[in-house]
Design a protein. Structure first.
Length: 197
């Protein structure tokens, strides 16, 4: 785990440097390192990555996924650069209270700069919500990943009134599965497309 947090520190530092060094490119291609610390099944992971990529494509983004672990070598150990993000899949802390009202994840965004590279998804909360709504775990996991990556791309942790970036997802919404509930709003799409890093 120490190695993972070292990557986070390096990634945050590099993200800040990228903003200072130049602002000529908007997000178009993303490389997302996924650290699975929750033992997500291969089928659910494939589904989640497909759903998240499809959702982010609405903002004209193409995503390259890189599955990493704390012992991974190669590209997982290279310092983060422009367009590189990290998603950590984990289970809620043991001392967390019941899951009612708890968010499915978090995104670490510096409020002063709007910069961030790390999002966390709590897989056990996703699984519970999927069970309660008779939903697909992989699909819901992918939507949660797209939501938290959305925070990193938009540069804020506040939520929208509707669409993918709303703060809470209900069992009824998941069961209904209306297209409008699972996409970025027009203002969020404009902000993602116009941001420079």
């Amino acid at each position: 785990m120490r190695g993972f947090w070292g990557l986070v520190v390096v990634g945050v530092a590099l993200a800040g440097n990228s903003a200072i060094e130049g602002a000529e490119l908007a997000w178009r291609g993303l490389s997302v390192r996924v650290y699975d610390n929750a033992d997500v099944s291969k089928a659910a992971m494939r589904s989640a990555l497909d759903v998240a990529a499809h959702t982010l494509r609405q903002a004209d983004l193409e995503v390259t996924w890189l599955t990493c672990s704390t012992s991974s070598g190669g590209r997982c150990t290279v310092s983060l650069g422009r367009g590189d993000l990290m998603v950590r899949l984990m289970r809620s802390p043991k001392d967390a209270r019941g899951d009612d009202g708890q968010s499915l994840g978090t995104a670490f965004v510096d409020p002063a700069t709007g910069m961030g590279v790390l999002a966390t998804i709590f897989v056990d909360r996703v699984e519970r919500l999927a069970r309660r709504s008779d939903g697909d775990v992989g699909m819901l996991l992918g939507r949660a990943m797209a939501h938290e990556i959305g925070h990193l791309l938009i540069g804020r942790t506040s939520h929208a009134a509707a669409g993918l970036m709303r703060p809470r997802w209900t069992s009824a919404e998941i069961t209904r599965n209306a297209t409008a509930d699972w996409g970025f709003s027009a203002p969020d799409l404009r902000q993602i497309r116009s941001r420079r890093f």
